[in-house]
Design a protein around this ligand. Structure first.
Ligand SMILES: Nc1ncnc2c1ncn2[C@@H]1O[C@H](COP(=O)(O)OP(=O)(O)OP(=O)(O)O)[C@@H](O)[C@H]1O
Ligand SMILES: [Mg+2]
Length: 222
């Protein structure tokens, strides 16, 4: 079953957020999901410590020496594997990419992010060369404006499309609810249904965004 790897050498672009949203939305669609936390900063393990959505399991503290074996072991029938990586270019990152069915590169719509993000695309190409196989990959723009597409975002989309790079629609909008998930654990629905949680954001809009994003990712796994 599919292995989805979140990769970018740029820190803070939304890899872990993407991983959490994909894991919880795929689980809500009825899939069994295994999340591999390969980042020493343990963002996903922290999220999981507050409670995991039904259907999601997590393996933490996975390093360079056991990443390939752990992905292969988790890649059982009917499971979706989501791999969250550290925000650097390392051997661990390359090894995870080598096992991927889909590499997602989150990118904020700024010129600097696009430049560093393209290094992730270069890493994918290196692995493709080494393995002599194509590795499907796509960019998702993150923390985008809910109101209007910025000029930089429009230009970046044109530039990426022009270079033949798949850009996932929709982008992940900047929503407080996405950030709050890490403090509460679980998924957006559990956050919405818990009267004790006062969120500063529009959880319903965040949920719709996460859902349509996950469906777009699912299309790429077929
Ligand atoms: N779409 C979004 N809306 C609001 N906040 C977001 C969004 N995406 C990410 N964030 C926030 O931005 C910060 C960085 O996001 P995240 O941890 O997902 O990035 P990362 O690429 O995994 O970073 P690192 O490289 O450090 O692992 C976090 O505080 C997160 O809550
Ligand atoms: Mg992270």
């Amino acid at each position: 079953m599919p292995v989805i790897v979140l990769a970018s050498p740029k820190g803070g672009v939304g890899k872990s957020t993407c991983a959490v949203l994909l894991a919880s939305e795929f689980a809500r669609m009825g899939a069994e999901v295994t999340v591999l936390d390969c980042d020493p900063n343990r963002s996903l393990t922290r999220w999981a410590s507050h409670g995991l959505p039904k259907g999601v399991t997590i393996h933490s503290d996975i390093g360079r020496s056991d990443v390939v074996a752990t992905i292969k072991k988790s890649d059982g029938d009917g499971k979706i594997v989501v791999v969250d990586l550290e925000g650097i270019a390392s051997q661990l990152v390359s090894r995870a990419i080598s096992q991927a069915d889909l590499v997602i590169v989150p990118m904020q719509p700024t010129a600097l992010d696009a430049e560093i993000g393209s290094e992730a695309l270069a890493l994918v190409r290196e692995e493709e060369e080494a393995l002599n196989r194509e590795i499907r990959h796509a960019v998702v723009l993150t923390k985008t404006s809910a109101a209007v597409k910025s000029r930089v975002q429009r230009e970046l989309e044109i530039q990426l499309n022009g270079a033949g790079i798949d850009v996932i629609e929709p982008s992940l909008v900047a929503r407080a609810a996405f950030a709050e998930l890490f403090a509460h654990g679980g998924d957006l629905t559990s956050m919405m249904n818990n009267p004790k949680i006062v969120t500063g954001g529009k959880v319903d809009k965040a949920l719709l965004n996460a859902q349509t994003f996950t469906e777009a990712v699912y299309e790429r796994l077929k």
